[in-house]
Design a binder for this molecule. Structure first.
Ligand SMILES: [Zn+2]
Length: 414
């Protein structure tokens, strides 16, 4: 008799509690930053649980952690499922941990049922997803997909620690994990994560099928005018960059997002020089954070920002320079992997919607080397990177059930 693999909800919730105690904060959150003592404890606990179940444990030179259950065809590259175990300094119990522990629960469910998969399945805990102690974040998945890691060796963390030493100590703290080079062929990747936004909860949907991670681009707009006396300079003589900046911001807010519901435009910082209460500024600088899932739309929106700022500057007889300070392309997930996840959701008769991730995830990088997809579950009030982060137990278990079904299907594909 073959058993059907089933998520053990109690076991999963118990594990979430156990890991939440590693680095727990008085306010009920978690401080388990990358390469810290707490991070090492969480990695150790996961490795011990894995070894106790007879799974193999590996870590690569970047300290990404892998737990492997063999498939019937050992020549096939593994299907990866997982997320991350590190947290923000005042992080929550579910960001990363839910995806990693649900993936491990899926592996245990397969083992409980003695179910055979075609491909090997590996649970992965990517290292330093958060980037709060050592920037940049998503370091583990970037390294795994071929990023140049040389410059990171000299990084000094927010607490003064050196990355090279902390990485070495983290790897050394887990001698049971067999060493493995960074990067390898994989068949696919599925990541379960909390939404970190309010839409699923607001729409009362237990599952979001993530089709893409949006791209992010930062611009620094600097408008140059002419400083002048606030009292003596009449309207006809003003070259006021603040007027131009305000008009440009107003025009952009009135068009970009209202005309394209996938677009995000945020002005988060503004500075005037010299910044005096009774002087027309010489210059005004403001930042623009642009996001869109489609790269060509991001290009078009940037062009529109440049056009509008140019026109409004000219209208005030000012000049403008615009500098791009950050550009992170988004990723569209594999249609085949999205279909697998959607079929899993369908087989469990769960209401769901397709959605784009507003935040970065390791899957953004893994999607460049293998078919990838993500599953979102709701979190209370959309809160994340916050000690009050909360996921309903039933939603956590539902997410794990979808992950298990999707992993079985993906690991059986030929
Ligand atoms: Zn996360």
């Amino acid at each position: 008799m073959t058993l059907v693999p089933q998520i053990d909800g109690e076991r999963l919730l118990g594990r979430l509690d156990a890991f939440a105690r590693i680095g727990e904060t008085p306010a009920g959150g978690v401080n388990r930053q990358a390469f810290s003592v707490e991070d090492r404890s969480a990695r150790r606990l996961l490795a011990e649980l894995a070894l106790a179940r007879g799974f193999s444990v590996f870590q690569d030179g970047m300290a990404n952690l892998f737990i492997r259950r063999e498939g019937s065809d050992a020549t096939l590259p593994p299907l990866l499922i997982g997320s991350h175990l590190d947290s923000q300094p005042t992080g929550g119990r579910f960001d990363g941990a839910l995806g990693t522990l649900s993936a491990f629960e899926a592996l245990e469910a397969l083992e409980d049922a003695q179910a055979e998969t075609h491909m090997p399945i590996e649970v992965v805990a990517w290292v330093n997803e958060e980037g709060s102690r050592f920037a940049p974040g998503v370091m583990g998945s970037m390294a795994f997909t071929g990023a140049d890691t040389e410059a990171w060796k000299s990084l000094v963390g927010s607490d003064g620690a050196c990355l090279a030493g902390e990485l070495e100590a983290t790897i050394a703290a887990l001698p049971e994990a067999a060493p493995r080079p960074v990067g390898m062929p994989i068949s696919g990747y599925i990541e379960l994560h909390i939404e970190q936004g309010p839409s699923l909860e607001k729409e009362q949907l237990p599952i979001g099928v993530v089709t893409a991670v949006q791209g992010t681009r930062w611009l620094e707009v600097s408008i140059q005018g002419s400083a002048g006396h606030a009292g003596t300079t009449g309207l006809a003589y003003r070259r006021d960059p603040m007027v131009a900046a305000a008009a440009a911001m107003h025009a952009l807010q009135a068009t970009i997002m209202p005309l394209d519901t996938s677009a995000r435009l945020t002005v988060g910082r503004i500075a005037a020089q010299p910044g005096s209460i009774n002087a027309i500024p010489q210059s005004v600088t403001f930042t623009v954070d642009l996001r869109h899932p489609q790269p060509e739309r991001l290009d078009a929106i940037e062009a529109e920002v440049r056009r509008v700022c140019g026109a409004e500057a000219k209208a005030q007889d000012c000049t403008v320079t615009i500098r791009r300070s950050f550009d992170m392309p988004g990723a569209a997930f594999s249609p085949a992997m999205i279909s697998i996840v959607e079929a899993a959701v369908g087989s469990l008769h769960l209401p769901h919607k397709r959605m784009v991730s507003g935040a970065f995830h390791d899957a953004l990088f893994i999607a460049r080397v293998a078919p990838a997809a993500m599953i979102f579950v709701p979190c209370r009030d959309g809160l994340s990177h916050n000690e009050a982060e909360y996921v309903e137990p039933a939603d956590a278990v539902t997410g794990a059930r979808v992950l298990l079904q999707a992993a079985i299907a993906a690991a059986s594909a030929h």
